[in-house]
Design a binder for this molecule. Structure first.
Ligand code: PMV
Length: 365
């Protein structure tokens, strides 16, 4: 973490200081999955994801200088308008872990307000959007208070680094369309410390991809992603998994560049099943898919076989299904969703999402 440690970022205690920052930041769906970590939030293998648009977190931080300095930041955390002790605890631990990067946090009283665009506990991975929104806000505070991070690339790289420390997948939400996190021979500039933007490799055929997120369950997962990552460090298939992910990343990049739907779908679907396969073959073994997860997957495969349309599935670490397809087949897919999939979703609920243009700073003027 030394890279961004900066003991100079300390505020003069004599001045009256206050301000407000805010960001809206999207979720993402990994195509090659990050699964397993080592050290301080470093990935066992490189991953790549589509950045989404409609599933996002909006966070605002209001800050002012504390009357009395202390060793920890002071925090009131509101989620959807209400003080939320559970999330507050996680954010406090996160902020405390960042004190060498942002030493000025100790001097401030913070009020954080956070909202998600998607229903609370819909099972959508909210850590990517929430942690990236928070990391962006912290970088904006640094910029406002010290006039640093003026260069946009520098700002985004630091935000991705800081987001990674909160949730690995959050490092990728910083960049539009397509982002890659972790060292890879295909990109000499790629790093385990932060994600890099990779939308330039996307063939036109992928630029307007859709992602219907089909909600199968809203229950909290029986095993969290953090525990899942930990279990991977002693998984008997750890080494083969790492080399498999690297190879798949290479071939997926090729498919994304060439606009090859079939190759894309083969790799993305295998990645989703491998992720869950790793869970089912772990010690302890566990299962996050539900009966309707499998029914939806089979419906998607049958629909593709019947129609020849490029419609594919992916899964996060949970039971909900992401259905990926190009905008050009949107109307036909809508009919399919209404006819066959809505009834398999919890309360008929699904989120229509698509590749997005990345986080957006909120303007308070
Ligand atoms: O960022 P985390 O620690 O919540 O882990 C996310 C892991 C997956 O969503 C399953 C895969 C990924 O790369 O996003």
């Amino acid at each position: 973490m030394d890279r961004y440690n900066n003991p100079d970022l300390v505020l003069p205690s004599s001045e009256s200081i206050s301000g407000k920052v805010g960001w809206k930041s999207p979720s993402n769906i990994a195509l090659v999955k990050y699964w397993g970590k080592y050290g301080n939030q470093l990935p066992l293998n490189p991953s790549i994801s589509f950045t989404l648009s409609q599933a996002y977190t909006q966070s605002m931080i209001e800050y002012s200088l504390k009357d009395q300095p202390s060793e920890k930041p002071e925090l009131d955390f509101y989620f959807e308008g209400k003080l939320n002790p559970k999330f507050s605890k996680r954010v406090k631990i996160y902020l405390d872990s960042l004190l060498e990067i942002f030493p000025f946090l100790k001097q401030l009283k913070l009020t954080i307000n956070t909202d998600n665009s998607f229903p609370h506990s819909s099972g959508i991975a909210s850590s990517a959007s929430s942690m990236s929104a928070l990391a962006l806000c912290l970088c904006s505070m640094e910029k406002q208070l010290f006039g640093t991070l003026d260069d946009k690339d520098e700002f985004m790289q630091k935000a991705s680094f800081v987001a990674r420390l909160g949730s690995g997948s959050a490092s990728r939400s910083i960049y539009p369309k397509l982002a890659l996190w972790g060292e890879s021979p295909d990109f000499p500039e790629a790093s385990n410390l932060y994600a890099i933007p990779t939308k330039a490799v996307l063939h036109d055929k992928f630029r307007r991809f859709r992602d219907d997120i089909l909600i199968v369950s809203r229950e909290a997962k029986s095993i969290s992603s953090s525990d899942g990552h930990m279990i991977m460090s002693r998984h008997r298939f750890k080494e083969p998994r790492i080399s498999q992910a690297k190879k798949r990343l290479h071939f997926l990049l090729k498919a994304l560049k060439e606009g090859n739907y079939q190759r894309f779908g083969e790799i993305v679907e295998k990645e989703a099943l491998t992720l869950h396969g790793m869970m089912m073959t772990a010690t302890p073994a566990y299962l996050l898919m539900e009966p309707n997860t499998l029914k939806i997957i089979q419906e998607i495969q049958n629909f593709r076989n019947r129609t020849g349309l490029p419609v594919f599935f992916s899964l996060d670490a949970g039971p909900n299904v992401h259905m990926l397809y190009p905008k050009s087949v949107e109307e036909k897919v809508k009919v399919f969703v209404d006819d066959r999939l809505v009834k398999l979703c919890k309360n008929g609920e699904y989120i229509k999402d698509y590749l997005g243009s990345g986080p957006m700073e909120l303007d308070f003027n």
